[in-house]
Ligand binder design. Structure first.
Ligand code: PGA
Length: 315
């Protein structure tokens, strides 16, 4: 079997666009040249990679497998290019990051500061839930991931760099606001608004209630922190979210944190990559930046703004 990198590159573009025409445009090739490369690749493999139904094209089973390995090969090539580029003294680099949707509340600020310090960086950022982050690591199509503690059985390197307290929130006029050390039994009748399955916040919350023997009244499931905060403000129930998602709401008093037994549930944020992965120089620089400067930077940006100074009567 003889495959060429060019064929893989053309295959990757067609698979991504699901279109020969758009792939041809991206690669500055003619459409027949793209079809020819795919045909030769299919002949080399002895299996069809795409099927056309009506006007649309789909990946076959073999196509999906090829897509999986093609991504890993492209990532390895990108790693090699970045390492060699650095040896040549280039100051540019690509950074492919994926972060838990909850971590995005501070990750974009980290990235903004990093881009200010390293003007040549070009990055991509996938904001998604825990399950999909683990898929990224499995496929090795990403440099670094920011997430809660990954499962120990996986071949990953995980470095904790920041606390992630999960707090219980209520609308500001809720009768439990202001009470101290609320026993969990008092929460039994409350309705809870919970994150979707696959979210790290959700599984930490489930572990917490299972360990404490308290059962939760079934609540509504929502797939974003923003939706949960809005619903809590609207009085639909109580929510459990990371303290990092609340900078704005605590500043404006839109929600209140309840002082309940066992809260906050203390978790940590980890910077994660695959074991044995050679981080590109840019990814390694970002890793050091997050571990060394991240906690301080995040703390500074989340600190409540000082109250406005009373107006100067003489002004
Ligand atoms: P998530 O993130 O709830 O947005 O998935 C948190 C985590 O990974 O712990």
């Amino acid at each position: 079997m003889r495959l060429t990198l060019r064929q893989l590159q053309v295959f990757e573009a067609v698979a991504r666009h699901r279109s020969y025409t758009r792939a041809a445009r991206e690669l500055h090739l003619t459409q027949p040249a793209v079809s020819m490369q795919i045909k030769q690749l299919e002949e080399a493999l002895g299996l069809p990679l795409f099927e056309q139904i009506g006007k649309r094209i789909y990946l076959t089973d073999a196509g999906r497998e090829m897509d999986h390995y093609g991504r890993m090969i492209s990532q390895q090539l990108a790693d090699a290019e970045a390492v060699l580029g650095d040896l040549k003294g280039l100051r540019r680099g690509r950074l492919d990051l994926a972060v838990a949707s909850t971590a995005n509340y501070f990750a974009t600020r980290l990235l903004a500061e990093f881009c200010r310090r390293h003007e040549g960086v070009v990055f991509s950022l996938d904001v998604t839930n825990r399950e999909r982050l683990l898929d990224h690591l499995e496929r090795n199509d990403i440099d670094l991931v920011i997430m809660g503690r990954p499962p120990e059985q996986r071949p990953l390197v995980a470095e904790a760099f920041l606390e992630n307290p999960l707090v219980l929130i209520a609308p500001p006029d809720h009768p439990l606001v202001g009470e101290r050390a609320i026993p969990l039994s008092r929460l039994r009748r409350e309705r809870f608004l919970v994150r979707e399955r696959g979210s790290g916040t959700r599984s930490a919350m489930e572990r917490f209630f299972a360990a404490s023997g308290a059962s939760l009244a079934s609540g509504m499931e929502m797939n974003s922190n923003e939706a949960i905060k809005q619903a809590v403000q609207a009085g639909l129930g109580l929510g459990i979210v990371s303290r990092h998602t609340l900078a704005l709401e605590l500043r404006t008093g839109a929600v209140a944190i309840l002082d309940a037994e066992g809260f906050p549930i203390l978790r940590h944020w980890y910077l994660v990559h695959r074991e044995g992965k050679r981080l590109s120089p840019m990814a390694e620089t970002f890793r050091r930046f997050v571990l060394d400067a991240g906690p301080r930077l995040i703390e500074d940006t989340e600190r409540p703004a000082p109250p406005p100074r009373p107006e100067d009567p003489a002004a």
